[in-house]
Ligand binder design. Structure first.
Ligand SMILES: NC(=O)C1=CN([C@@H]2O[C@H](COP(=O)(O)OP(=O)(O)OC[C@H]3O[C@@H](n4cnc5c(N)ncnc54)[C@H](O)[C@@H]3O)[C@@H](O)[C@H]2O)C=CC1
Ligand SMILES: O=C(O)C(=O)COP(=O)(O)O
Length: 528
């Protein structure tokens, strides 16, 4: 099988060596595609790799009928319609660590250049002027740097600013007093930071909540003569408000690497002498480009090898340690879902998944998704996958609940999956037995011991002599060999079940014939 990869923005050739080395991947590099060209060409590709330039809109995703993975060689994924990708079961991965250092260094370069008006002075010199009066700067030492967004890049910037003998104050919803103390910085609300800072640098992602976070109202709270640096995303600062604040003298200078509309070449902000700018170069170093391209390429290779990706954006990421604990249960979790989906033809209203024993100590959301995927597969086939399982369950109004208890009910680990319809509740429980592999150990209220593999028949019947024999005889007549058989009953002469593993798949007519046998209530064929 060959997977086709489209690289639509320039990536480091050294960085894509994991793709070049992998078997079964065919790489096409086509950068600077127009929107129309991308829409036309995307159809044939299984993977799309981009940086910030290519806009991966819903329209692109809808046109991409083979697309399985989008790789963003960088951090910000605001150019990718994540909802559309999730709905279509396309995993999005990024490279969150590879350009942190470069972006932080660029921010510090911009801060210093801004304080000392280096670009303006250089321009003047190039124009044949020797002007030493117009470019009086300010020192950074003892000034306060306000950092909004103290994630990977914000924290690196804060550490470097301290090296410049600056005071740092930060706001981030995840910043605690303890952490701020450890970093030797101050912390407060956005308002506190805006009020206290001589320089303000932004390091949040562009989200609905951060769009125009720095607007007219925010400028009004700032010190007169404040200077602003934005090496995060255009759109976090309202550019019209910034223009007004500079013209009014409120803001003394701005250093911008990113803009609301890129490319950004013809904008009033660029006419202001207080503004210095670079064309989105924060991550443009040899080191960062190689690093982000390696990371994203490796995840694409992992994905097509069926291995876990390291940096999923539209799936919760799971640490290596947790993954090692839960990965052995992936297959069982999905099979419990498939099993349950065959237990009813009614609409499922609720899914409850209970983790008992050691598993309850871990983040098991990936297992829950696998069970839900197994349940939905009956009607959705390959349209459902790990990425969209939860979304599709919500779309079908199926409530999914996860429960945990560390008492193992006699097993080291036990997963019990339950579906609730308007009339019935069905449940199936499974475990992994040391050295023996997966087992289904309970179906509804009946204790069983069945390997979840191949073709199963689940039969409900009356506990009467002859019922089991009649089933065996009919299957023999149809030339269907029984590999294993388990029986269980609630009370003598009451309801009972048979669980059979058979060598071939049974046809619908054979199920109907079985159902017509005396004392047989219900027959379900389950292929795992
Ligand atoms: N100019 C360039 O070339 C580059 C730009 N970037 C941009 O920088 C951004 C930050 O990157 P990282 O530090 O790696 O991401 P990160 O995820 O490590 O940090 C972002 C931080 O922003 C915080 N945050 C979210 N909403 C906030 C709000 N309303 N107010 C304050 N803080 C908020 C988060 O809690 C998080 O700590 C990226 O999303 C990307 O847009 C990243 C790399 C290069
Ligand atoms: O990683 C990010 O978020 C960046 O903004 C870098 O963008 P780029 O890959 O250089 O287009």
């Amino acid at each position: 099988m060959t997977y086709h990869i489209l690289i639509a923005d320039p990536l480091s050739e050294e960085g894509i060596y994991p793709l070049r080395q992998a078997d079964g991947l065919e790489i096409t590099i086509a950068t600077d595609l127009s929107k129309e060209d991308l829409l036309e060409r995307i159809k044939g590709f299984d993977a799309l790799l981009v940086r910030s330039q290519t806009q991966v809109t819903r329209e692109v995703i809808e046109a991409a009928s083979n697309l399985k993975i989008i790789g963003r060689a960088g951090v910000g994924v605001d150019n990718i319609d994540l909802d559309a990708a999730t709905e279509h079961g396309i995993i999005v991965v990024n490279a969150p660590d590879g350009n942190t250092n470069s972006a932080a260094e660029h921010t510090i370069a911009m801060l210093t250049a801004l304080a000392r008006k280096i670009p303006q002075a250089f321009n003047s010199l190039k124009n044949g002027e020797w002007d030493r009066k117009s470019f009086i700067g300010v020192e950074l030492k003892n000034k306060t740097l306000g950092v909004i967004g103290l994630g990977r890049i914000g924290a690196e910037v804060a550490a470097r600013a301290k090296g410049q003998r600056m005071n740092v104050i930060a706001y981030d919803p995840f910043l605690t007093e303890e952490k701020a103390q450890k970093m030797g910085i101050g912390f407060g609300t956005v308002g506190d930071v805006l009020k206290a800072a001589d320089f303000i640098t932004i390091h949040t992602p562009l989200l609905k909540e951060t769009r125009h976070l720095i607007n007219e109202e925010a400028f009004a709270k700032m010190k007169d003569g404040v200077q602003i640096i934005n090496c995060a995303r255009g759109g976090i600062i309202d550019e019209d408000a910034l223009y007004g604040a500079i013209v009014s003298g409120k803001v003394a200078g701005a250093a911008l690497d990113v803009f609301e509309m890129e490319p950004f070449v013809d904008h009033p902000l660029l006419t202001l002498p207080e503004v210095i700018a670079t064309p989105h170069l924060g991550a443009s170093t040899v080191e960062a480009q190689e690093s982000v391209a390696v990371d994203v390429s490796q995840d694409v290779v992992n994905f097509f090898k069926g291995e876990a990706v390291r940096n999923p954006v539209n799936l919760p990421s799971v640490s290596k340690e947790v993954m090692a604990k839960i990965a052995p249960f992936f297959d069982l979790a999905e099979k419990l879902g498939i099993f349950l989906s065959r237990m009813t033809d009614e609409a499922i209203e609720e899914v409850n998944i209970k983790y008992a024993g050691e598993l309850a100590n871990y983040d098991v959301r990936a297992l829950t998704r696998n069970t839900v995927k197994g349940i939905l597969k009956r009607n959705l086939g390959n349209h459902v996958n790990d990425v969209n399982a939860k979304f599709l369950a919500e779309r079908f109004d199926i409530k999914v609940n996860e429960h945990k208890t560390t008492t193992g009910k006699g097993f080291l680990h036990l997963i019990t999956a339950e579906i609730v319809t308007a009339k019935f509740t069905h449940r199936v429980a499974g475990t992994l037995l040391n050295g023996l592999g997966a087992r289904i150990v309970k179906v509804d209220d009946y204790v069983v011991d069945v390997v979840p593999e191949g073709h199963l028949l689940f039969i409900k019947h009356k506990d009467q002599p002859g019922a089991i024999g009649r089933v065996g005889t009919l299957l023999a007549q149809k030339d269907i060999n029984i590999a294993t058989m388990q029986v269980g009953r609630s009370t003598v002469g009451g309801d009972a079940i048979m669980m059979l593993t058979i060598d071939n798949r049974v046809e619908q007519t054979e199920i109907e014939d079985l159902t017509e046998l005396e004392d047989i209530y219900e027959v379900k064929a389950i292929d795992l």
